[in-house]
Design a protein around this ligand. Structure first.
Ligand SMILES: [Zn+2]
Ligand SMILES: [Zn+2]
Length: 135
């Protein structure tokens, strides 16, 4: 079980099973909501359980063409990810994890939106937009 919590501890969650992917998202929404970029953990939605504080989760709905909500704690402002339960996958901000998710980042996505002042210095693969699986 991978546990996660916001800064103030009001919102806690658990992830069972192994996440599908971990990546760094550089889109402008992650930059503004989470910092320079967001470490994004994705997996099957059935594996995600909000264990406390559902009533303290505030959600900013996306404007088209964006599809992901921004969920955050109404008390401490921690960026929590999307936390959608109405799609097949969960999107959780890896920054709130208290345990090791057991996988390493696979790369950087939405690098076209990255600010010029931030330079990616690791050797991970980079995608200008969404992740594109190898052909
Ligand atoms: Zn909080
Ligand atoms: Zn993003």
């Amino acid at each position: 079980m991978i546990k996660g919590s916001c800064l103030c501890g009001a919102v806690t969650l658990e992830i069972s099973g192994t996440p599908t992917s971990l990546s760094y998202c550089h889109c402008s929404r992650c930059r503004k909501a989470a910092g320079v970029f967001s470490a994004v953990l994705i997996g099957p939605v059935a594996d995600l359980k909000i264990t406390s504080g559902e009533c303290h989760i505030a959600r900013l709905e996306p404007d088209a063409p964006n599809v992901h909500r921004r969920a955050f704690c109404e008390h401490c402002g921690s960026s929590l990810g999307d936390l959608a339960t109405d799609s097949g996958i969960y999107v959780v901000a890896a920054s709130i994890l208290d345990d090791d998710p057991g996988i390493k980042p696979m790369g950087h996505i939405h690098t076209a939106s990255k600010p010029d002042w931030y330079e990616i210095t690791d050797g991970l693969q980079q995608f200008e937009g969404d992740y594109v699986p190898p052909a």
